[in-house]
Design a protein around this ligand. Structure first.
Ligand code: AMP
Length: 542
């Protein structure tokens, strides 16, 4: 027997119309070179109508991929709504990719139109003659483009001005593709994740609930996380659905600019990766500036370092740790304390908050061991973390080379983790970053976290290097804080680690480096370090 409820399609068109009808007064602030551009949801939705009309005028049809090469801005936001709601697919391009990879993803997606920030035209220029499927280029600019407009390209503002203000949004199926995002690709080519309207709508609801990020209408949300990285974690869609204000920093990501924006816009909620959030903290500490409106910082993308949690808490700002992946839209887990933990000692509470956390509603997780059996939820037994749920990818977009990541209805994350009895995940490492020493595994992430607690260490990355006796041993690459280089000897780091990790985990050597190389989305790029130190000569004693 079937229920008697409406057959209601979960589409972003509903979110767009909700923003228009219910939250038209909410503000969107977008930082440009000349200052902060502010307008309201009413303006954003009207301009989305015109953008859809303009794109239809350029021949865009349902299912076409529209690439965006842009910083976080109000025009990019208009595309976030107009493109999926007209039935096309928003393909956010990672502007930090190497031109060869950029050309690869544009060609793989067969983008027909590109929306490009004027400041990124030099990047487009590097690939323009290698992307034959791109028929039209539309340039998003803050001022008149004049001679700066490449031949044959369109000016975004001129297109909108010429378009009709009445676009008839089509009826969509919730399973229609809405957005496409390629993973950062630490190995092989980037792989496309194709989100549906349904997955994005459910994801937005799932991550906003009180025990996740508790985003409310009265929040002012600053998305430091780029709009090309897993849809800026879904925050632009949360704004439309929940009615919170949105603050978009453009390319102005240095801490001072971010703090200016937090101050001028009254930001209450920030989402960003640890690297940038750490830089924000350093600046606040050094400048003595205060951010009294800020209530919560969502940190994800890499493990939350303990010092970051403690430093912000000392300022009265709550830090919430979450784990996710492009393939999970990205919300996987979030770490919140439960009621019965209220009386726990502070140290225990911190331990829980530094875990990756328990799954979001509708996401299911399990740990699979090498022999194919499922690990118990004992908080100790580690294996590969697998996920399934309505916003988890079931395949990569037209890429059979990644098929082995999907089996029996589950997605293999490539992360090694354990899960405790209450469902809290503890990430041990990426499968490919673990150090295999004499047949036993050492977690590079655990070592890094402890080393980064050393008062004179700014950053640390641990990599596996071949070893004649143990197959692999850990090498610690440390970045000293200013004027501390002399203090970071091999023995000093090993002394710091002793008692904090098992003795056989102690890195056999320590090298001081100027900075940890980062991937295009700000994560440690250990591939580069592995290559640099592949012939490292171990000290005699090791
Ligand atoms: P991406 O798809 O680029 O966002 O990368 C996803 C990967 O980032 C995950 O598979 C993890 O390895 C890593 N990651 C994301 N969030 C966290 C976290 N909170 N702690 C540790 N690693 C994380």
């Amino acid at each position: 027997m079937q229920g008697l409820m409406m057959d209601w399609q979960l589409t972003l068109t509903h979110v767009l119309e909700r923003a228009r009808r219910v939250f038209h007064e909410q503000r969107i602030s977008s930082r440009h070179a000349a200052g902060v551009h502010r307008y309201r949801f009413a303006d954003m939705t009207r301009r989305a109508d015109r953008l859809a009309g303009a794109l239809a005028g350029l021949g865009v049809a349902r299912g076409d991929r529209i690439g965006t090469l842009g910083w976080n801005s109000h025009r990019h936001l208009e595309a976030y709504y107009a493109v999926p709601c007209m039935g096309a697919v928003l393909h956010t391009l990672n502007l930090r990719l190497h031109p060869d990879q950029l050309a690869y993803v544009i060609n793989h997606a067969r983008d027909r139109v590109l929306l490009v920030d004027a400041s990124l035209l030099p990047l487009l220029e590097k690939v323009r003659d290698r992307i034959p499927t791109v028929e039209q280029v539309v340039v998003m600019s803050d001022g008149p483009l004049g001679a700066g407009l490449p031949p044959g390209a369109h000016d975004y503002e001129a297109l909108l001005a010429a378009a009709s203000g009445h676009f008839l949004w089509p009826e969509l199926d919730e399973q229609d593709a809405a957005a496409l995002c390629y993973t950062s690709g630490t190995t092989g080519h980037p792989k496309g994740v194709l989100y549906s309207h349904r997955s994005l709508v459910l994801h937005t609801l799932g991550f906003s609930i009180a025990d996740a990020f508790a985003i409310r209408e009265r929040d002012v949300v600053l998305t430091i996380v780029p709009m090309f990285h897993a849809n800026a974690w879904g925050l632009p869609f949360a704004a439309g659905m929940l009615g919170c204000s949105l603050v978009l920093p453009g390319p102005h990501l240095v801490p001072k600019d971010l703090v200016d924006l937090i101050e001028s816009e009254g930001v209450t909620f920030v989402g960003g990766v640890p690297t940038i959030v750490s830089a924000l903290y350093q600046y606040l500490k050094e400048s003595g500036r205060k951010v009294p409106t800020l209530r919560q910082i969502l940190v994800g993308g890499s493990a939350l370092p303990r010092v970051l949690l403690e430093n912000f808490e000392a300022m009265g700002i709550e830090v919430v740790h979450a784990w996710g992946m492009t393939e999970l839209s990205p919300a996987g887990t979030v770490s919140r304390l439960r009621r019965d933990m209220d009386d726990w000692p502070p140290e225990e509470k911190t331990r829980v908050r530094l875990l990756q956390g328990s799954p979001f509603p509708l996401v299911e997780l399990r740990i699979l061991m090498d022999d194919g059996t499922e690990a118990p939820w004992d908080g100790v037994t580690a294996g590969e973390l697998e996920a399934r749920g309505p916003w988890v990818a079931r395949a990569y977009y037209e890429d059979p080379s990644g098929a082995d990541r999907f089996h029996d209805g589950w997605f293999r994350t490539g992360d090694v983790a354990s899960i405790d009895a209450r469902g809290y995940v503890r990430l041990v490492d990426r499968t490919k970053d673990m150090v295999k020493s004499g047949g036993e595994w050492i977690s590079s992430v655990d070592l890094e976290n402890v080393i980064m607690g050393h008062p004179q260490v700014a950053e640390a990355a641990v990599i596996a290097v071949a070893h004649p006796k143990w197959t692999e041993r850990p090498l610690a690459c440390v970045v000293p804080k200013p004027d501390c280089a002399g203090a970071l000897s091999r023995s000093a780091i090993r002394e710091w680690l002793r008692g904090r990790v098992a003795d056989w985990w102690l890195p056999d050597d320590v090298v001081v480096i100027e900075g940890v190389p980062k991937t295009s989305v700000g994560k440690f790029d250990k591939k580069v370090l592995r290559e640099r130190f592949k012939d490292h000569v171990w000290p005699e004693a090791s």
